[in-house]
Design a protein around this ligand. Structure first.
Ligand SMILES: O=P(O)(O)OC[C@@H](O)[C@@H](O)c1c[nH]c2ccccc12
Length: 375
């Protein structure tokens, strides 16, 4: 299939024949390749005639078929998260067709499909691409991490501006994203991660925008559940320097496609893996510079820092050969934790909870590393 269709240059997903034929805008294909080829059913629309009802049923059946093609292709790569591919339907309708989401990550993604459609309606892709084109140059996220690691001799810090999470609830009541970002920067964070998911993490794109406008100099990661190119252009247009791409959610094709967009926009992609299969998939993709190993499963919430060690024992050589920098993510609380993942081979760490929960998140950095970090 790949050979037939050529390299995955800004074109339809090879997942479905319908998408391969269709000259549709690529954004729709990215979210649901086959589903994009027909108008989406709106079951709540007017149903005044028998014909209209029959038509609805047909469209609905088509949507289900499309979702099946997308999900079968994803499953063949070991991806357990399904898409409903019906971004204009209500969640109730989605669940009637698909059953309940199997885990929290799937739930987040199902909501995200609907959210993205709403975002697109508010800010059409064409306009967002235009404003991304006018945004000031990005800052070098990868370079900032590499330089900080060299300077401090401990993993570079990506400090996360995180109010809440589905696994831990609210982490900080009086939450001022700009104040926290400034404190992190002052105390030696190399880069910042700003959670933008609203429903599950109480973050927002607005927070990212505010931090950028506050003249914080650290490069910023837009911590979002990216499933559509619109989110990437939007992140760039409001000042992100990097975006997260989660391998547990995205097929190889999606990853390649989104990496191309990042490249075009000067964004760094942090490609997140959690298990062996995801790591193997990601290492086969060209152009990956930064891999994050999440110690927390987004499906079960189980945190295990030995995950970083296990994956690097097996793949560390291949990673070093490619010049990829590894970020140890989640569940790091003290200098021992940091030393553990550093010995496993990471050059950077991504930390939220243990900093943001403390009275002074900036000062908490010295506690996490056992020393002050230099700028
Ligand atoms: O708060 P912690 O345990 O330090 O974790 C930070 C970060 O790794 C975590 O927020 C995270 C990692 N990958 C994600 C993907 C989506 C949302 C959140 C995350």
């Amino acid at each position: 299939m790949e050979a037939l269709l050529g390299s995955p240059k800004l074109r339809a997903s090879p997942l479905s024949p319908a998408a391969a034929r269709s000259p549709l805008p690529s954004r729709v294909r990215a979210i649901a390749p086959a589903a994009a080829s027909r108008p989406r059913p709106l079951r709540s629309g007017p149903k005044s005639t028998v014909q209209a009802l029959a038509r609805d049923e047909m469209l609905n059946a088509a949507a289900l078929e499309d979702a099946k093609a997308v999900n079968d292709a994803a499953a063949s790569q070991g991806i357990r998260i399904r898409r409903h591919c019906r971004p204009t339907a209500s969640m109730k309708e989605v669940e009637e067709e698909m059953g309940a989401p199997r885990n929290i990550l799937e739930k987040i993604i199902w909501d995200k499909e609907i959210e993205v459609a709403q975002g697109l309606a508010r800010n059409p892709l064409k306009e967002v691409i235009e404003s991304a084109g006018k945004a000031p140059p990005t800052r070098d996220f990868y370079g900032a991490l590499a330089a900080a690691y060299k300077r401090n001799g401990v993993p570079a810090l990506i400090a996360e501006v995180k109010k809440a999470s589905p696994s831990r609830g609210v982490l900080r009541e009086n939450f001022d994203p700009v104040e926290i970002a400034r404190a992190y920067e002052k105390h030696g964070a190399a880069c910042l991660s700003i959670l933008t998911d609203e429903k599950y993490f109480q973050g927002s794109f607005e927070n990212l925008q505010k931090v950028r406008k506050a003249e914080v100099k650290c490069p910023l990661l837009c911590k979002e559940f990216v499933i559509d190119e619109w989110q990437i252009y939007y992140a760039r247009s409001i000042g992100a320097d990097a975006v997260l791409l989660i391998a547990a959610v995205l097929t190889d094709h999606d990853l390649k496609y989104f990496l191309q967009i990042c490249n075009k926009l000067g964004l760094t992609a942090l490609v997140e893996v959690h298990d062996e299969r995801e790591m193997e998939r990601v290492l086969k993709i060209d152009g990956v510079q930064l891999i994050g190993i999440n110690n927390r499963s987004l499906e079960t919430f189980i945190v295990d820092t030995s995950n970083t060690k296990t994956l690097l024992e097996k793949h560390g050589d291949a990673i070093r050969e490619k010049g990829i920098l590894v970020v140890g993510e989640s569940g790091l609380f003290n200098p021992d934790d940091v030393a553990y993942v550093q010995n496993a081979g990471v050059s950077a760490v991504l930390v939220g909870e243990s900093l943001v929960k403390q009275e002074d998140p900036g000062r908490a950095i010295a506690g996490l590393f056992g020393k002050e970090l230099l700028h």
